[in-house]
Write a protein that binds this ligand. Structure first.
Ligand code: PEP
Ligand code: MG
Length: 591
């Protein structure tokens, strides 16, 4: 038996026989060509690239129903195929070195791989995997390699592979894929997005996985802990079978309670809302009992469209669809938060040494007033069809809110002039995700009706820890004393000004943090990934505010994140052993 640790990207436990798909071995032969073969070789390269593009488009058509984010990834792949550097560099290799197209392309890929290896950036490193996948697709077309087809799978299996390409995911008979394990990929890789959209347990990022596993091996994918077990002994097999059963049972009991009121034991209501990135996700917010959309990340509407930016009318139609679907519950629409980890070619083209501190969020919108205007007009027009609130991202001063509001005022005046109706009382909120915003929240709240705390960025900026850099991941501590003190200060100020507070960062959806957050101050709303809503609701319904305050006061008196982490984990384990005791959760400990 062997146990390997990786990155959990889709929860659940899968047990089955391994189906090993080893895509790492395409044999590329180098040969010199003559001058008069150059044109033909370039033509072969172009044809293979065009073939890859149409394969991508074909996959995209079939992928549309899975998830918007997934279509976006496929667009990124198509963009890579159109990349001038990639194509021109390869053509140059053919022309100058007189190399065959396959070898010339391999040379280009090697050069990029070396460049990527010198970059210490998790986000860009993930792009290397994408490039690798795309280039290998073209090489396969060049050599006329028949893809080993996953459509041949005709029995339940656990898929093990170096990587899983978009075409693999589309072709595989999903009813037979119990779980997935791959060598490459990170939290945001398309395997994870695909697997979680379909509820398939998956673990990624285990190097040499394909060397260790053989087809037919018994495999356990533990998507809860992020582990893969190969050929378990009988005791372990039983243990994981129990864990699987208990996890399924746990999920179904949580779902049974989605209609219960979301309030504390002593009757204080807290709205539990969903974070969404596309209109398709409204369904899951409803399924998990969300009381509206607390954060609509609109940037995916832009990232998903590679040909042009969405127009006012596109935005209006999309927002109208969402607001109608959640009516009578509210929708908080965030204006574009492009930049840093979400660059958008066409809007913020300048490269920046420190994009996280650069032209992103509201800063970018304020330098593109025409564009901001079309967003605001789209939102206002849709506000006629339900309850919409506007949210500005990456605010670092009250002036920014005031300036954005001046654009909003102008948008309203124009609409009135054009006799286009909208909700005159639409509320405006500011995201609190920079230390400056947290410290000057009193001034910000003079310009805004509500605030929503973006803990993902707030923690990154407060602790000076890049939220996507694995080298400092151990320093990204949501329970750091500085974070708790900042949150408390923000809550107190907002309460004194009688303005509502929401939390829409990951911390809001972490059931481990629910007691603590409630005890730190008055929260009106927690917004999170839809599947977290039932777990948070369960915890919320079992605490009184007095009790939560006691816990928060104890945590606030502690001097280190480690101490607070232990304290909270112990408290929660005692109260909710089946939810928080990771070892005994779902029955694992009783082996
Ligand atoms: C946040 O920063 O907490 C947040 C919700 O915004 P995003 O994750 O989109 O940056
Ligand atoms: Mg943010």
């Amino acid at each position: 038996m062997k146990k390997l640790s990786g990155i959990q990207v889709s929860p659940g436990v899968a047990i089955g026989e391994a189906y090993l798909l080893d895509r790492s071995k395409i044999c590329v032969i180098k040969h010199k060509i003559s001058e008069d073969q150059v044109a033909g070789e370039i033509e072969r390269l172009r044809t293979a690239i065009e073939q890859s593009k149409s394969q991508m488009q074909d996959i995209k058509k079939r992928a549309g129903s899975i998830s918007d984010k997934y279509s976006i990834i496929l667009d990124t792949y198509t963009l890579l195929l159109e990349d001038d550097i990639l194509v021109n560099e390869t053509i140059e290799n053919i022309e100058k070195e007189l190399l065959n197209a396959e070898w010339a392309l391999t040379r280009t890929l090697d050069k990029f791989t070396k460049l990527f290896n010198n970059i210490n950036d998790e986000y860009l490193k993930a792009k290397q995997d994408d490039l690798d996948l795309v280039v290998h697709g073209v090489i396969k077309n060049l050599v006329g390699h028949e893809q080993e087809s996953l459509s041949d799978i005709d029995r339940p299996v656990v898929l093990i592979s170096h990587s899983v390409s978009p075409s693999d995911t589309i072709l595989m008979p999903r009813q037979f894929v119990l779980g997935m394990g791959t060598e490459v990929g990170g939290k945001t890789s398309h395997v994870g997005i695909f697997a979680s959209a379909l509820g398939i347990p998956a673990v990624v990022g285990i190097s040499d996985l394909c060397q260790i596993v053989n087809s037919g091996d018994k495999i356990i994918i533990d998507g809860i802990k992020g582990e893969i077990v190969i050929n378990p002994d009988e005791d372990h097999l039983q243990l994981y079978q129990r864990k699987q059963k208990n996890y399924q049972h746990y999920q179904s009991t949580l779902l049974k309670e989605v209609d219960q009121p979301s309030q504390t034991m002593d009757g204080h209501p807290v709205q539990l809302m969903g974070n969404i990135e596309s209109s398709h996700e409204v369904k899951s917010v409803k399924r998990f009992g969300g009381q509206g959309i607390g954060l609509y990340r609109t940037e995916y509407l832009y990232l998903g469209n590679t040909d042009r930016l969405p127009t006012e009318n596109d935005l209006y139609q999309n927002f109208k669809e969402v607001v109608r679907a959640v009516h009578p519950c509210p929708v908080v629409i965030r204006t574009l938060d492009i930049g840093a980890d979400k660059p958008l070619p066409g809007l913020n083209q300048k490269s920046e040494a420190n994009p996280a501190l650069g032209l992103r969020g509201i800063r970018l919108s304020l330098t593109n007033p025409d564009h901001l205007m079309s967003q605001l007009r789209g939102i206002l027009r849709a506000s006629l069809y339900g309850k919409i609130k506007i949210l500005y991202p990456m605010i670092s001063s009250a002036e920014e809110v005031a300036e954005a509001n001046r654009h909003l005022k102008k948008a309203k005046e124009d609409l009135r002039e054009q006799q286009i109706p909208f909700d005159e009382d639409i509320l405006v909120g500011a995201m609190i995700e920079t230390p400056a915003a947290a410290i000057s929240v009193e001034h910000i709240l003079k310009e805004a009706d509500f605030i929503s705390i973006g803990t993902n960025d707030l923690i990154q900026y407060l602790l000076a820890v890049d939220r996507v850099n694995e080298n400092v991941a151990h320093l990204y501590q949501p329970f750091h004393p500085a974070v708790l003190a900042t949150l408390k200060q923000v809550f107190q100020t907002a309460e004194a000004m009688n303005k509502p507070v929401s939390i829409c960062g990951e911390l809001g959806g972490d059931p481990l943090a629910t007691f603590l957050l409630l005890g730190l101050g008055k929260i009106h709303e927690l917004s999170m990934e839809p599947h977290s809503i039932p777990k948070v609701k369960k915890i919320l319904r079992k605490v009184s505010l007095g009790e939560a305050r006691q816990i928060a006061d104890k945590a606030l008196a502690m001097g280190s994140a480690e101490e607070i982490n232990h304290f909270i984990l112990d408290e929660m384990r005692q109260r909710f052993p089946s939810d928080f005791d990771r070892d005994s959760a779902y029955g694992e400990k009783n082996s």
